[in-house]
Design a protein around this ligand. Structure first.
Ligand SMILES: [Mg+2]
Length: 133
């Protein structure tokens, strides 16, 4: 799958790449460090991702601000967006579901748990028919 990974923390991005390599999964990852950068990627005309993984706490444009713009857009609104966060804040969770997300995944602190959870999320989305083919 073509995944747009929106995350400001370089360590988290490295962790994703390391985990995909370890699991032997060949997904195409496009990185964006915040919502603003992610919108630039989406508007660049280089093709849309199959799925978006979204962090919430980011500088410049937060995950929730990005989500509002995404869901207000004629074609971007259909892209399945999964929040990947450490925020256990229930208000964040409710706000995200209210705006429209495909999932809200809490990142486990332990690496093994993270890898297992990520593989499940990816397997679930691979089993789905996606908007963008
Ligand atoms: Mg962050």
């Amino acid at each position: 799958m073509n995944i747009l990974f929106i995350e400001d923390d370089v360590i988290e991005t490295m962790k994703l790449h390391r985990t995909l390599a370890k699991l032997g999964l060949k997904h195409e990852i496009t990185e964006a460090k915040n919502g603003e950068e992610a919108l630039k990627v989406l508007n660049s005309g280089t093709g849309l991702p199959d799925i978006i993984f979204l962090d919430l706490n980011m500088p410049r444009m937060s995950g929730i601000e990005f989500l509002k713009i995404l869901k207000g857009h004629d074609s971007f609104r259909y892209l399945p967006t999964v929040v990947l966060t450490t925020s256990q804040n229930r208000a964040d969770l409710l706000e995200c579901y209210k705006i429209g997300i495909a999932g809200y995944v809490l990142k486990p602190l332990k690496y093994e748990d993270y890898a297992e959870k990520l593989s499940k999320v990816l397997a679930y989305w691979e089993a789905n028919e996606l908007v963008k083919k």
